[in-house]
Write a protein that binds this ligand. Structure first.
Ligand code: IDP
Ligand code: MG
Length: 143
């Protein structure tokens, strides 16, 4: 099934000059970027995006980190895009992420792990709506 997913290049990825590397991998896989912007998280957006973790002990540091500089947000579209992007990212902990994945190749930590990708169709719909209005998402992009 053709899906759309929200991908973020988090502040560590932007700081380390890895925007191009992440985009290159997404495009090389055959997925399409149908919306993209650079933005900095504030408290409100952090709550909307990561609110489910508000009670976790890692939340304060996660909140500081995600607001620590600009991120790049994208809507990525393609066949099974949600699962494919998760596979390309690798697991949350860099220690678990195999070489060949974005996190396995480019990250060492658990909090600072370069990318975000939606983990289900419902999450993708909700998250895309946090960052993009309908008219900012291109139909037939690259066509
Ligand atoms: P995911 O990004 O692989 O989907 P989630 O479990 O949704 O991982 O967690 C969201 C983000 O919160 C992670 O990408 C990471 O930045 C941070 N995070 C998750 N678990 C921990 C932890 O145990 N310690 C520190 N940061 C964490
Ligand atoms: Mg997640």
């Amino acid at each position: 099934m053709i899906e759309q997913t929200l991908v973020l290049i988090k502040p560590d990825g932007v700081r380390r000059g890895l925007i191009g590397e992440v985009i290159r991998r997404i495009e090389a896989k055959g997925l399409r970027i149908v919306a993209m912007k650079m933005l900095q998280f504030d408290e409100t957006l952090t709550r909307r995006h990561y609110g489910q973790y508000a009670k976790e002990d890692f939340y304060p540091a996660l909140s500081r980190f995600i607001q620590s500089g600009p991120s790049v947000a994208m809507v990525v579209e393609g066949l099974e895009a949600i699962g494919i992007v998760r596979l390309m990212m690798g697991p949350t902990r860099a220690l678990d992420a195999a070489p060949g994945t974005i996190r396995g190749d480019l990250a060492l930590g658990t909090r600072e792990n370069i990318v975000h990708g939606s983990d289900s169709p419902a999450a993708a719909r909700r998250e895309i709506a946090c960052f993009f209005r309908k008219k900012e998402i291109f139909r037939n992009a690259n066509a």
